[in-house]
Design a binder for this molecule. Structure first.
Ligand code: AMP
Ligand code: MG
Length: 484
């Protein structure tokens, strides 16, 4: 450890050269720090009062001693079509640090300029999409859902052309790993079996250390099972909180099961099972209710990449874990949301009927479950008021209360537990849109306020009622551009 409390490593650079290209950032001009995550920096072992130093790093003007930036090479399936030309087209892995708690962090500067994998892109990220990624990764983290994190972001003077001219920005994204399913697809389809094995061992050594020491076959098959299960559980968490990712390409799937690459994502407002948050996804391939299946398809892409070095039966066995892991986690999540602690065979039926009802009546997903978490505390009113047809709510509530009679927990105890899993505050698209507009006018204070509310999604926060409101008419079904 040096005196700052972190250690520097470059383990990714131990992989064969074909997995990366060294690239220097292309500096942005007039960079200003937009926001800095002090809490996270402290955890990572960086104690800093001088946040201006970070503006230089974010702008790609300055590298800290020990940084050795590379663009990672990967490929992947985009909307079901294999693309061999992918890789970090605008992001650079700067270094890896190990914090005082032993936690490993990849530092990835997103928006750092072009790389050999930029294809037709300009290597830049815009303020709008950078704020969206920053907000959502922090929101997910505080909801308890695995995700990459945001350390800081800067905005710059450079104009960037998207549908219109926008402001350039960059994000220091940090994560335990930036290795994607697509890294394995690259290794298998372009480099050969040895590269696949090397990559598996690298990932196990860094992120699945409990498997080290098992015999080869078992180590690999257990690892794959864990990757499949981690992916399944992540998606069960998304479904339960009403999160729609929008671009579940296999190059956006983290090998350690983090939510990865925030683009046109959305949290559902009014529940719509077939909700498509990505307006370029005309066929609804990545619609909310298709996410569990897409997660499995992505595991199949990963599986094909492993076949050259793994026994086919072991790969099949690993894939079979998806459905079980997904169903178990999803059922558990939904029981928790409903406050059911003593399982009954009828619960799945109740859960499915609840989803059908929420869909048919377009009920606000978050407010519904938060309302249920205060049923005895505040009465039926807040739940009933979410329905145009109150009798639908009444019928459902009487069935639900009938079910609750089987539970032995005291009402207040159950509702306390429910308020720890049913957030009051989520990152609704219109909330993000508002702070983006303010930031584009140079005012970052509203962004800070929203971030501070999202840090405590389950707590009642005095004076923050407006952040829990359903969207106003202008804020419903916002068409979020996926150009980022
Ligand atoms: P994404 O849709 O953000 O997951 O990106 C898919 C691929 O396109 C990745 O290889 C990105 O690095 C690359 N990419 C996205 N935007 C840009 C850009 N503005 N410049 C260069 N490459 C980009
Ligand atoms: Mg991506």
């Amino acid at each position: 450890m040096n005196d700052q409390g972190f250690r520097i490593e470059h383990r990714y650079l131990e992989l064969p050269d074909s997995f990366y290209t060294r690239v220097q950032p292309t500096p942005l001009s007039g960079a200003r720090l937009v926001t800095f995550n002090h809490e996270l920096a402290n955890q990572m072992g960086f104690h800093t009062n001088d946040t201006e130093q970070w503006a230089g790093v974010g702008a790609g003007k300055e590298l800290l001693e020990g940084m050795d930036p590379v663009a990672m090479k990967y490929t992947g399936h985009q909307f079901g079509v294999y693309n061999p030309e992918l890789g970090d087209g605008r992001g650079l892995l700067l270094w890896e640090t190990i914090g005082p708690d032993g936690q490993r962090w990849d530092w990835h500067l997103k928006g750092a300029g072009t790389t050999p994998y930029s294809r037709f892109g300009d290597g830049r990220a815009v303020l709008r999409s950078t704020i969206r990624e920053y907000l959502c990764s922090e929101a997910m983290y505080h909801l308890g859902i695995p995700t990459t994190r945001a350390l800081f972001m800067v905005s710059a003077r450079d104009p960037v052309r998207r549908e219109s001219i926008e402001t350039a920005a960059s994000l220091m994204r940090v994560a335990q790993s930036h290795i994607r399913f697509g890294h394995f697809e690259f290794a298998a389809h372009h480099e050969g079996p040895e590269a696949v094995t090397t990559l598996i061992e690298h990932v196990i050594a860094l992120h699945f250390p409990h498997l080290i020491g098992l015999p080869d076959d078992e180590r690999h098959s257990r690892w794959f099972e864990e990757v499949v299960e981690g992916t399944a559980r992540l998606i069960a968490d998304w479904q339960a909180v009403g999160f729609c990712h929008g671009v579940m390409n296999s190059d956006n799937m983290s090998i350690i099961g983090d939510t990865f690459d925030y683009g046109p994502y959305a949290f559902l407002d009014d529940f719509d099972a077939g909700y498509i948050c990505n307006h370029t996804d005309q066929g609804g391939r990545y619609a909310y209710n298709r996410q569990p299946q897409v997660g499995f398809t992505n595991c199949q892409y990963l599986a094909s990449a492993l076949l050259p070095v793994m026994d086919e039966d072991a790969v099949r066995r690993g894939l079979r874990r998806y459905e079980t892991a997904y169903n178990e986690r999803f059922l558990q999540n939904m029981r928790d949301k409903l406050g059911i602690a003593e399982p009954d065979d009828s619960d799945l039926g109740l859960i499915m009927d609840t989803f059908s009802m929420l869909h048919e009546h377009r009920v606000d997903y978050t407010l519904f479950f938060r309302g249920l978490s205060n049923l005895y505390n505040r009465g039926h009113g807040p739940v009933r008021d979410l329905f145009v047809d109150r009798s639908v709510a009444d019928d459902w509530l009487s069935r639900y209360e009938q079910r609750l009679k089987q539970e032995s927990r005291a009402h207040d105890e159950r509702e306390y537990a429910m308020r720890r899993v049913n957030p009051k505050y989520i990152l609704r698209n219109y909330l993000a849109q508002q702070v983006i507009q303010e930031a584009q006018n140079g005012d970052y204070q509203p962004l800070e306020e929203l971030l501070s509310v999202l840090k405590h999604p389950f707590d009642e926060q005095a004076g923050a009622e407006a952040f829990a409101a359903p969207p106003p008419d202008w804020g419903k079904h916002l068409n979020i551009s996926c150009s980022s």
